[in-house]
Design a binder for this molecule. Structure first.
Ligand code: UDP
Ligand code: MG
Length: 323
């Protein structure tokens, strides 16, 4: 392999979405660079600035100017974490790609372990957290519950207790890029490809600087994308609920008739009417909401808009079209 192709096709790309990470960027860069230099492979780091409102982009520009192996894409507004990762995967050149967070919760020092597992024949190497330091009990327990529930209702095995920190091979990336859906849920999509996979355990650190870019509402939207992207169980559940409640109300009608005509006793139940009406109303609203979620998914995909808009990128960027 001549030198030119070597630069173009590094052994390893590290894709990192960045949203308001100005305080962690220098440390992230130092630790990454140190780890990658010791790994003795050719590498590139691809930072995707997801419309940060702080000075992240200025730092990214400086880092990229100093070292041509550090590349960046810049969105002028916040498109969301998964979309930033998608842009990174579209532009990464490496034979293997590591996806990780930029807030140092995913330790860069784990990369050699991921790479070693990849070299021993795995296309997907997940980083599974043993412990999650500094996260609220609420976040940890809802995350646990969510992944267990998701695995119950989907046909793909999405690994438990993993975020997006993982290494994937070029052929996994190529497969992902063939999945045209606009609503991305990479941990599910990667598992869906079915390539040989393994896991490496690590302790997830707490966020050192700044604050989470994932408030509760974003987490809920993300969870919904996971469910609607990989399962139609909620739609079936709605139908089953519909049958169940129709059957129950039929029984109640029978009983009301019996009580009126046979027992000659009319039930003067205001409470029961209000309670059951509200209950059925609630069930209906939830059902419509679930339908709406699938509908909005179709809507977003039918619109066919580009997934992201890059307003600036590092020089010497070769668009990844040859793959
Ligand atoms: N992030 C992003 N866009 C967003 C939110 C987050 O690119 O809208 C990035 C963020 O900079 C970090 C990663 O995605 O590198 C994970 O986000 P965060 O640490 O806020 O999530 P948490 O670890 O709290 O789930
Ligand atoms: Mg984090």
């Amino acid at each position: 392999m001549d030198k030119k192709t070597n630069i173009r096709t590094p052994d390893l790309s590290v894709v990192i979405p960045i949203y308001n990470e100005q305080d962690s960027l220098f440390e992230l860069h130092n630790r990454l660079k140190h780890t990658l230099e010791n790994l003795k492979v050719s590498w590139e780091i691809l930072l995707v600035n997801d419309g940060s409102k702080d000075r992240s982009i200025e730092i990214i520009r400086i880092l990229s100017q100093r070292d041509e192996r550090i590349k960046y894409l810049h969105f002028n507004r916040n498109f969301g974490h998964q979309i930033a990762v998608a842009a990174g995967l579209d532009h990464a050149q490496g034979k293997a790609i590591v996806i990780m967070d930029g807030d140092l919760q995913d330790p860069p020092e784990l990369i050699p372990k991921l790479y070693a597992a990849h070299r021993s024949g795995h296309d997907i190497v997940g980083a599974r957290r043993k412990m999650r330091k500094g996260e609220t009990a609420f976040k940890t327990s809802t995350a646990r519950l969510f992944y267990r529930l998701l695995n119950q209702i989907t046909s793909v095995d999405i690994p438990l207790d993993t975020g997006d920190f993982r290494l994937i091979s070029r052929r996994v990336v190529n497969t992902l890029r063939q999945m045209p859906e606009k609503t991305k849920f990479f941990r599910g999509q990667i598992a869906w490809t079915g390539f040989p996979s393994t896991e490496v355990l690590f302790d997830r650190d707490e966020r050192k600087y700044g604050k989470t870019g994932y408030p509760l509402w974003k987490m809920m939207r993300f969870a919904m994308d996971g469910v609607t992207g990989f399962s139609t169980a909620p739609l079936r559940l709605v139908t089953q609920m519909g049958f169940l409640f129709s059957f129950l109300s039929f029984l109640i009608i029978l009983y009301a008739g019996y009580s009126h005509f046979i027992l000659e006793r009319t039930i003067a139940g205001w409470t029961s009417i209000v309670v059951s009406t509200m209950f059925i109303g609630g069930v209906q609203l939830i059902s419509i909401g679930i339908l709406g979620n699938y509908l909005s998914r179709i809507h977003r995909n039918v619109q066919g808009r580009p997934l992201y808009v890059i307003t600036e990128q590092s020089e010497r960027f070769v668009l990844n079209s040859e793959f």
